[in-house]
Design a protein around this ligand. Sequence first.
Ligand SMILES: Nc1ncnc2c1ncn2[C@@H]1O[C@H](COP(=O)(O)OP(=O)(O)OP(=O)(O)O)[C@@H](O)[C@H]1O
Ligand SMILES: C[C@@](O)(CCOP(=O)(O)OP(=O)(O)O)CC(=O)O
Length: 388
Amino acid sequence: MTVYTASATAPVNIATLKYWGKRDKSLNLPTNSSISVTLSQNDLRTLTSVAASEDFKEDKLWLNGKLESLESERTKACLADLRSLRQELESKDSSIPKLSQFGLHIVSENNFPTAAGLASSAAGFAALVVSIAKLYQLPQNMSEISKIARKGSGSACRSLFGGYVAWEMGQETNGEDSKAVEVAPLSHWPNMKAAILVVSDDKKDTPSTSGMQTTVATSDLFQWRIKEVVPKRFDEMKESILRKDFATFGDLTMKDSNSFHAVCLDSTPPIFYLNDTSKKIIKLIHELNKREGKIIAAYTFDAGPNAVIYYEQENELKVLGLIYKYFNKVNGWEKLDTKTLDTSSDIQADPELYKGVSKIILTEVGQGPQDSTESLINDKGLPKAVAN
Ligand SMILES: Nc1ncnc2c1ncn2[C@@H]1O[C@H](COP(=O)(O)OP(=O)(O)OP(=O)(O)O)[C@@H](O)[C@H]1O
Ligand SMILES: C[C@@](O)(CCOP(=O)(O)OP(=O)(O)O)CC(=O)O
């Protein structure tokens, strides 16, 4: 039996200008363009190995060691697109194996909690699409491949690039112009850091997809956001990245997080993603920036209470010093020499704030998807760890 295999890794991305709202649910076409920072795969990544063989009668997915259903329309749409691109190659060259007709075995591992608001679906679908594109030896570039990942999960399209990424919403009804593009590579602004304060790693209350549908259908404020606020902010944020102007970038990032949570609150029934801990972290960062007289740290929150705080390396001692002062009892500081941090700040916050945070992940801007020599699949095309 011949088994063809490939493996790839993909990163998480955290939006600084949020995607919230779909104009087409089945194609995952957004109501606004968005921008994100890709995070380092040293800390958060998905590794996916894929195998194709004439002997595999059906497609199968093992996620974190467990057999998962592949019945979701989103995954089916990704696999159908990838197969059709492979078939084009096969129809032009009869000497290549007919992989498009074979079953696929997909084995994937996230090195962080799945479905906990840490963008696992983004890294997950990006790794799935990239590893199969590699197996199929598709010639398409990352922007083209990003349109397939988008059908899996909207935000996944932005995980196809490293550094600073935009998802251009596009205008076409078929979604052919709704794709990710690079704003700037990691090398342009490599000193961007991110501290993730994991406020809860439980499964979230309102999934993004249904939350967005409620907002689009019921919020008046949302119309203002997509028509008046985001288009201007999209250009301003891209420019701030190109100028490496953290004060502007940070200001826009915090404003956009708040705008997104405001339209959630303006929905009927209202959607609450921030909790008391999240709100106290917001206050802490504003207080820090006020004392400094400029914006040196910026928070952003996705569809959950976890805080992501962006800052530049040169301000690490101050920013992490303050965070360490209130969260030193929380796990995640091991990789840093905390004795060097500046904890002298007299900014006052609830001394029990640390109780609302379960973990801190210290990371930074990172690279896009990578080929991997590590494989999760054995030569029979089954998961190496568990073979069920
Ligand atoms: N490695 C993976 N391979 C394939 N699919 C994955 C992978 N990781 C996650 N997923 C899919 O993504 C789903 C989780 O997506 P969900 O949007 O609920 O959470 P999240 O991505 O962690 O949060 P958010 O998108 O709000 O940041 C999983 O149930 C699974 O279907
Ligand atoms: C708040 C967000 O994180 C929403 C992400 O939504 P998803 O990409 O998870 O939604 P689906 O397209 O329905 O899969 C903002 C963002 O990442 O831009």
